[in-house]
Design a binder for this molecule. Structure first.
Ligand SMILES: [Mg+2]
Length: 203
C-alpha cells in the first residue's frame, strides 16, 4: 500500500493557545457585580455578553499575546518526536480580519517548525492523518471526511461528552496513550483503517 503524508493538524484556540484563560481574565476585569459569572459557552447569551466577548478579543494584540496551552504542547512534542509534519489549522472570525494576521504571528513566534498555516472558515475538508482540536463540531466535521483519521482532544469542559472510535482524549496524565495512538496513525498505510481498539479497551 502507498505511503501517505504524515501530517498532523493542530488547532490554535484552546488547543495550543490559551484562549479560554485570556477570555475569562478579561471578562472579569470588566464584569459588573450583577453580571453572570464567566462561561466559555453559554446557551442563548444576552446580546450584551456576546458583544462584550467580541469587544475583548477585537483589541489589537489580543490574539497574538495569548499564552501557550500546555496540554496542546504536550501532544505537539510527541508528534514532533514521531516526525509528523506539523501543520496549523485554525478558524478566525470573519468580523475581525486583524485576527488572521495575529494568529499567523502567534504561530511564527511559538511554533517555528510549523510547515504550513491554514486559516479557514471550514476545517472539515483539510487533509491530515491527525487532527488535534478541542471543539466537537470541528472534530465531527473533519472525521466525517476522514474516516481513517485520528482525532486527539485536549480535554476541556465543553468536550467531556464527545466520543468517537477514532478519537483519544488527553487530560494531562495519559501521554502514553497519546503516543501510542500517534504511533498507530503513523504506521497506517493508505486505505488501512485506523484501529484504536487496544487503547479504548484499556483506558
Ligand atoms: Mg479550538
Amino acid at each position: 500500500m502507498g505511503k501517505i503524508e504524515d501530517i498532523a493538524l493542530f488547532d490554535l484556540d484552546s488547543t495550543l493557545a490559551d484562549y479560554s484563560k485570556a477570555m475569562e481574565r478579561d471578562y472579569n476585569l470588566i464584569k459588573s457585580p450583577g453580571d453572570p459569572e464567566f462561561e466559555d459557552f453559554m446557551e442563548n447569551p444576552p446580546a450584551y455578553l456576546k458583544e462584550r466577548k467580541y469587544f475583548i478579543r477585537d483589541r489589537p494584540g489580543w490574539w497574538e499575546n495569548l499564552e501557550r496551552f500546555q496540554k496542546g504542547f504536550d501532544i505537539l512534542n510527541i508528534a514532533r518526536e514521531l516526525e509528523f509534519m506539523i501543520y496549523i489549522l485554525t478558524k478566525a472570525p470573519k468580523s475581525h480580519p486583524a485576527a488572521w494576521t495575529e494568529k499567523a504571528n502567534w504561530v511564527r513566534n511559538h511554533i517555528p517548525d510549523a510547515r504550513s498555516i491554514t486559516i479557514t472558515e471550514d476545517k472539515s475538508p483539510v487533509y491530515g492523518k491527525v487532527l488535534v482540536d478541542d471543539y466537537p463540531p470541528y472534530l465531527t466535521g473533519w472525521l466525517a471526511n476522514r474516516p481513517r483519521g485520528l482525532a486527539i482532544i485536549p480535554t476541556q469542559s465543553w468536550n467531556k461528552d464527545f466520543k468517537h472510535p477514532n478519537a483519544i482524549k488527553y487530560d494531562g496524565t495519559n501521554l502514553d496513550q497519546v503516543r501510542k495512538a500517534l504511533e498507530i496513525a503513523k504506521k497506517r498505510t493508505q486505505r488501512e483503517p485506523l484501529d484504536l481498539s487496544c487503547l479504548h479497551q484499556n483506558p
